[in-house]
Design a protein around this ligand. Sequence first.
Ligand SMILES: CC(C)(COP(=O)([O-])OP(=O)([O-])OC[C@H]1O[C@@H](n2cnc3c(N)ncnc32)[C@H](O)[C@@H]1OP(=O)([O-])[O-])[C@@H](O)C(=O)NCCC(=O)NCCSC(=O)C[C@@](C)(O)CC(=O)[O-]
Length: 292
Amino acid sequence: MGPRDGLQNIPDTVPPDVKLGLIDRLQATGLSYIEVAAFVSPKAVPQMADAQAVCAGLKRRPGVSYAALAPNVQGLERALACGIDELGLFTAASETFSQHNTRCTIDESLQRAAAIAAPARAAGVRLRGYVSCVLGCPYEGATDPAKVAELAAALFELGCYEVSLGDTIGVGTPGKARALLSRVRQALPTAPLALHFHDTYGQALANILACLDLGIASVDSSVAGLGGCPYAPGASGNVASEDVVYMLHGLGIETGVDLDALCAAGAYISEALGRPSGSKAGRALAARARRG
Ligand SMILES: CC(C)(COP(=O)([O-])OP(=O)([O-])OC[C@H]1O[C@@H](n2cnc3c(N)ncnc32)[C@H](O)[C@@H]1OP(=O)([O-])[O-])[C@@H](O)C(=O)NCCC(=O)NCCSC(=O)C[C@@](C)(O)CC(=O)[O-]
C-alpha cells in the first residue's frame, strides 16, 4: 500500500520521481502487488493528483500487479488510459465515513462501484474490493460486523477477486478482529479475504496473528508504516510491511519477499520524507547492519 495509502495523507507534495523510486525498490523485493496510485479527485486527495504521471513512469516487472483506487467512472477512465492492472473499489461500513470520504451514501458508493466494475472487467482489469471502518468509525464508533459481511458480499458480487477488510482507524484488538472475521466467514466461508490494519493503537501485528488461521493469505501493509486516510482523523499508518514480513518469516511462513530489500525501500522513502521509519523491524535491522 506504500505508494498509495502510505503517501496519500502526506501534506507536502511528494514528486512522482520519488514515488517511482519507491515503487522500483518495492518491486525489487519480490512483492507481487503494489498499489501505486489513486484516481480520485485531486481536490479530495491532492497527493494523488499525479496518478497519471506515476503510472506513465512505471518500469514494469513481469509478475508484479500495479493497482490503483477508483471511486467513480471518471477514475475508471483515467485508470484505463494509464493501463492499470487492477482497480480497487471501495466502500465503508459507516454512513458518516462514506459521506466524508466519498461524499455519498454507502448504497451510492456501491452503485458507483457497479458502474466501474463491468467496463473494468471488460477491459481485462482485475478488481479488488475494500470495506473501510470494519472495526470502528471515527464519527460513529463501533461497527456492526453484519454490515461488514454484507458489504464484502456485495463487492464479491461485483466481481472482486479479493476483498480487503480495513480497520481504517486502527481501533481493533485481537479478540475483536477475530470475532469480526469469524462473523464475515460465516457469510463467506471460502471467500478470499485480506486484512488491512492501521496501527494507531499498536495492535496491528497482534490482530493479524489472531486472524491468520481463519483462511487469510493476504495482508495489506505499507513500507515504513506510512499511511492514513485523510478522512480518518487521528488514524496512524498501516502496519509496516517490514514488521509483517519479519513476523511471517519468524512463523516459518513463506512470503517471497526479501526482507533486507524491503528495509532498503523503507529507508529510501523515510529519508526522502525526512522522517524516521515507522517500522521497528526496519529500524532494528538497519542498526544491526550499521554495527556490522
Ligand atoms: C468520490 C469523489 C470523487 C466525490 O467527490 P465530489 O466532489 O462529490 O465529486 P463530483 O463528481 O461532484 O466532482 C467534483 C470535482 O471533482 C472532479 N472529480 C470527480 N471524480 C474525479 C476523479 N475520479 N478523478 C479526477 N477528478 C475527479 C470532477 O471533475 C469535479 O471537478 P471540477 O469540475 O470541480 O473541476 C471524492 O470524494 C473522492 O475522490 N474521494 C476519494 C477520497 C479518497 O481517496 N480517500 C482515501 C482512499 S480510501 C482509504 O484510504 C481507505 C482504504 C482503502 O485504504 C482502506 C482503509 O484503510 O479502510
